[in-house]
Write a protein that binds this ligand. Structure first.
Ligand SMILES: NC(=O)c1ccc[n+]([C@@H]2O[C@H](COP(=O)([O-])OP(=O)(O)OC[C@H]3O[C@@H](n4cnc5c(N)ncnc54)[C@H](O)[C@@H]3O)[C@@H](O)[C@H]2O)c1
Length: 331
């Protein structure tokens, strides 16, 4: 029994690969390495290639005896997607269709897909349940919503069962600081805060201080990457046990404000977070966090870690890998 992990050399994928291997499963990763790192895989078998390459997918499945798939491979930047519609649609949607055709031809019928809470756009009600309307507000989010629909039809027509995990904000790093979120790709709040603390970037810009939240800053749901990895393993088990296709929110159910992140970072690192408080940014939801009841009921998943572990592990990773997986400038 082998799990094919597409995009396994990326941030969430590499943590999930490690967690899968800890359970004793065999794993093979398919990744272009365009935005991933071989180093993040340690000694896990890696096939360097594109999910759109149907022959490669089929030969990989045959060679490694693949019977289930976790599909992370995608481009993930909301901002970039608003400038590069074609590459996002091709890489996230078309390539996934090719992958599903190849899996179907190989007789593989179970897949866990990386979706995103961004499919809800700006939620009207928080915490967000899976019943909230799907209203993507970016090309990136649209690609996730489309793939969820595509998976529905591959389920109906080709018998491929799927779980779409709608992640909230993935954050943190492995507890031993061996793997983490790579430096270049890290564009979310927590890595930006870490970079600012380490002096690698200008002060963090805090967009909006007058939101209707307790401290005036925006609220998000930060879920530790190892908890996310655990959700994927449970989703595989659920499908292997005959579970029906579904889409689940994966978040802690706890919203943390930008100011709370800054205060927690200062307390954990003992350093000041350089920050500029500026106006609101167009399109940013005030507050979004998950209602995790369905994922708990379906996968028996509850997060083991909170904001403290998210920030502590992120800090330890950034401190020990100031240039991510790259060696950094010669001394
Ligand atoms: N990071 C988050 O907070 C977050 C939140 C919601 C959803 N997601 C989704 O989770 C998935 C993983 O996110 P991540 O943060 O680990 O991203 P990442 O960019 O670190 O990893 C993605 C990996 O996929 C590979 N890849 C991209 N296109 C490929 C292709 N066509 N064929 C083979 N490999 C390809 C990249 O080289 C990279 O290693 C993505 O689908 C992303 O959209 C991430």
């Amino acid at each position: 029994m082998t799990v094919l992990v597409t995009g396994g050399a990326g941030y969430i994928g590499s943590h999930t690969v490690r967690a899968l291997r800890r359970t004793g499963r065999d794993v093979v990763v398919l990744d272009t390495l365009e935005r991933g790192n071989r180093e993040a895989l340690l000694d896990t078998p890696l096939v360097v290639g594109n999910i759109a390459d149907a022959d490669l997918v089929q030969s990989t499945c045959a060679q490694y005896g693949v019977d289930e798939v976790i599909h992370f491979a995608a481009y993930k930047s909301v901002g970039e997607s608003m400038q590069r519609v074609g590459p996002y649609m091709h890489n996230n949607v078309d390539a996934t269709v090719s992958l599903l055709d190849a899996l179907s031809a190989a007789g593989i019928g179970r897949i866990v897909f990386s979706s995103s809470c961004s499919v809800y756009g700006t939620p009207e009600i928080v915490p967000v349940t899976e019943a909230a309307p799907i209203r993507p507000e970016s090309v990136y989010a649209e690609t996730k919503a489309i793939v969820e629909r595509v998976l529905h039809w591959y389920g109906e027509v080709a018998g491929i069962h799927s779980v779409s995990l709608r992640y909230f904000n993935a954050a943190g790093a492995s507890f031993d600081s061996v793997i983490g979120e790579d430096w270049d790709a890290a564009i979310n709040l927590i890595p930006m805060v870490m970079k600012a603390v380490l002096g690698f970037r200008p002060p963090v810009q805090v967009f909006g201080t007058d939101y209707p939240t307790p401290d005036g800053t925006a609220i998000r749901d930060y879920v530790h990457v190892d908890d996310l990895a655990d959700a994927h393993i449970r989703a595989l088990d659920y499908l292997a046990g005959g579970g029906v296709s579904t889409a689940l929110n994966v978040g802690t159910g706890i919203g943390s404000s930008v100011k709370e992140i800054i205060i927690a970072t200062e307390s954990i690192t003992g350093r000041t977070v350089p920050a500029d408080y500026v106006g609101r940014r167009a399109g940013d939801p005030v507050s979004t966090f998950a209602d995790p009841r369905l994922v708990r009921a379906t996968l028996d998943w509850t997060p083991q870690y909170g904001l403290y572990e998210v920030i502590e592990t992120a800090w330890n990773w950034h401190l020990s890998h100031p240039y991510g997986y790259k060696p950094g400038p010669a001394k």
